[in-house]
Design a protein. Structure first.
Length: 139
């Protein structure tokens, strides 16, 4: 069995944002040479997420609105975590809802997706560099 590891780096200029990283993960898969196996894509920061869904702007807007209703950023004083001098408690909660990582099957050298599925990096406390781990195992 072979193994491949790469870190993808992101520096989102805004507090929140979604980035389609499917093509970057596909490039990692190509570099790995693995034809059958699994790809793990993992947000390595506790205020960011990796998830699979449709690449449709209306859906991304809906995510933004829904997440802000679930865990509004302001007032920052509503969260105990922010009493430590932070202002990102909402980002931790948003990440918990959206998930830490995804695993995608690799079949015949391709990501084995259903219709419309894409991989996204979700940022909930941006304005600094963060990384995503791509780990591929297989043959």
């Amino acid at each position: 069995m072979k193994s491949y590891r790469k870190e993808l780096w992101f520096d989102i200029r805004f507090r929140r944002g979604f980035v389609n990283i499917t093509s970057q993960v596909e490039m990692c898969l190509k570099e790995s040479g693995i034809k059958e196996g699994l790809v793990l894509v993992n947000a390595m920061h506790i205020t960011a997420s990796v998830f699979v869904n449709d690449d449709e702007s209306g859906l991304h807007h809906d995510y933004e609105m829904w997440l802000e209703q679930l865990a509004p950023h302001e007032p920052v004083s509503q969260y105990w975590h922010n009493r430590t001098g932070e202002d990102n408690a909402d980002a931790h909660l948003k990440r918990q809802v959206m998930g830490r990582e995804v695993v995608v099957a690799v079949t015949e050298g391709r990501l084995d997706f259903g219709p419309w599925e894409q991989i996204f990096y979700g940022e909930f406390d941006g304005r600094r560099k963060k990384r995503v781990l791509v780990k591929i195992i297989g043959e």
